[in-house]
Design a protein around this ligand. Structure first.
Ligand code: 8YV
Length: 313
């Protein structure tokens, strides 16, 4: 029996690709020298797409695949998939939610602790043999501070639970007040930033959230305020953030995501009041394996005519 054809737009882990290859003939778009030639050659026969991260799936690719039925995307965020084009073409889109909630929440708290207690600096201090010359300057802690969560979704709720264990006060902003959540709701993001010591950004990347953490939101967070971005670089006005971090208008930042990954502005690297991480939120063996399995399971479900595990469109 010939296996159905699948276009792999962005690379997936070897183990995931090997699983996919058990059921599908895989065409590697990301590895093709002449991508248009590949689309022209195999486009007619492709019914499945697997992709991930910033590779997503553009309208151009969707339109070049007339028999396409499903895009199975790695990651909970699917902002790089043109969902509108997929809808127009009647193509299903799936993502990999939930299995990464704990990991991303854990990493969020880790970066917050690293920023408050200055862990990158303390580590360097010891390695560079500076301790015998005098004690490291006193640092800060999370306890007793108020954190505002922008986006109290599945991951946001896990972050909130963990921050409470650290004896922080939690409030949130999102499109709607959630009736059964115990945390105080702010309908206005700037008002929340004004009232908070920390702003934790974990809302999806989309047209609606583009630049939502504006200069005025960061000014409201203020010289003592700490910004944490675990969502997408697109939510934050990055040039304004850099200016404010340089001038002292914003106290500090813990950043897992950036406007132009994997490129991080040199100005950020030069700052001592930031902790930088290369988009590691979900990047553990356990969580990435579970996410990869969901990509495979969604493809197989569709192949067998069964309900999709996690359809977004
Ligand atoms: C992944 C993510 O790193 O799930 C998401 O939306 O941003 C991350 O978990 C990314 O999608 C994979 O490259």
């Amino acid at each position: 029996m010939t296996r159905p054809e699948l276009l792999m737009v962005g690379p997936l882990a070897d183990a995931v690709t090997a699983e996919i290859e058990k059921d599908f003939t895989v065409h590697r778009y990301f590895a093709a020298d002449d991508k248009d030639a590949l689309l022209a050659e195999v486009g007619e026969g492709v019914r499945f797409v697997a992709t991930g991260g910033h590779h997503g799936c553009s309208a151009k690719i969707i339109e070049a695949l007339p028999k396409l039925e499903i895009i199975s995307s790695f990651g909970v965020g699917y902002d790089a998939v043109d969902v509108e084009a997929a809808k127009r073409a009647g193509v299903h889109v799936t993502n990999t939610p939930d299995v990464l909630n704990d990991c991303v929440a854990e990493m969020t708290v880790g970066l917050m602790i690293a920023l408050a207690h200055r862990l990158p600096q303390t580590d360097r201090y010891v390695r560079e043999g500076r301790w015998p010359g005098g004690d490291f300057p006193l640092t800060d802690e999370l306890r007793g501070a108020r954190a505002g969560i922008l986006g109290l979704g599945r991951i946001g709720k896990e972050i909130a639970r963990r921050l409470q264990v650290f004896k922080m006060e939690v409030v949130y902003h999102g499109r709607h007040k959630q009736a059964h959540e115990p945390y105080p709701y702010f309908s206005d993001l700037t008002e929340m930033a004004k009232a908070c010591d920390w702003l934790v950004v974990i809302a999806p990347g989309s047209k609606e959230t583009q630049g939502i953490v504006s200069r005025s939101v960061m000014e409201a967070l203020g010289p003592e305020g700490m910004l944490v971005n675990m969502a997408r670089g697109s939510l934050v006005d990055e040039p304004a953030m850099i200016e404010l971090l340089q001038s002292g208008g914003l106290g500090g930042a813990a950043l897992d995501v950036f406007a132009d990954e994997p490129n991080v502005p040199d100005e950020l690297k030069a700052l001592d009041n930031v902790v930088l991480s290369p988009h590691q939120g979900s990047a553990t063996h356990k969580t990435r394996a579970a996410m990869g399995q969901m990509v495979v399971d969604n493809l197989r479900a569709h192949l067998k005519g069964e309900p999709l595990l996690s359809p977004v469109a």
